[in-house]
Design a protein. Structure first.
Length: 185
């Protein structure tokens, strides 16, 4: 809408300027034609001269007003150009906003998908944590079994060493009993 208004103003301004140029050219031609006339003829055509003078004054006033209108048109044109640029920026911003708003449902779907993935990951982490706790319990049981086994081996070794000592002691005692019986004899 602003572009068509601007185009119309430019075409009116050009038409007006060309019309003024045509009028000023005709006015100059009229002045050139009237200059060759000599002074003796002036009294005869004084009514035409007066009419021509008024006509020239009117055209000069029209020319001044046309220049003023052209200046005002240029001001309006510059304002229209500034407004057009301003609204183009607003339009660009609005288009960008619209594009971002169109991407919003996709973003929401992605967020929902991520939320579901996070919930799934949370469940997986809890499951892994439970398995780790179970593994820790199993490791503790294995260590306890190892410790029991080690302790039972120590006990078994201790028992063996004590049996050997006992057998040695019994063997020593038999030999001492035999020697003491021999000594009594």
């Amino acid at each position: 809408m602003l572009e068509t208004l601007r185009e119309r103003l430019l075409s009116v301004q050009q038409d007006f300027a060309s019309g003024l140029k045509t009028l000023s050219d005709k006015s100059k031609e009229a002045k050139v034609k009237s200059k060759p006339r000599t002074v003796p003829y002036l009294p005869r055509y004084s009514a035409g001269l007066e009419l021509l003078s008024r006509y020239e004054d009117t055209w000069a006033a029209l020319h001044r007003r046309a220049k003023e209108c052209a200046n005002a048109g240029e001001l309006v044109d510059s304002e229209v150009v500034m407004l057009s640029a301003h609204w183009e920026k607003k339009k660009t911003s609005l288009i960008e906003l619209q594009e971002q708003l169109q991407q919003l449902p996709g973003l929401i779907a992605d967020l929902e998908s991520m939320t579901a993935n996070l919930a799934h990951l949370e469940a997986s982490f809890e499951e892994v944590e439970n398995h780790l706790l179970h593994l820790e319990d199993l490791c503790g049981q294995c260590e306890l079994e190892r410790y029991k086994h080690t302790q039972s081996q120590h006990l078994e070794n201790y028992k063996k060493s004590k049996r050997k000592e006992l057998e040695t002691f019994k063997g020593f005692r038999k030999t001492t009993d035999v020697t003491s019986s021999i000594c009594f004899l």
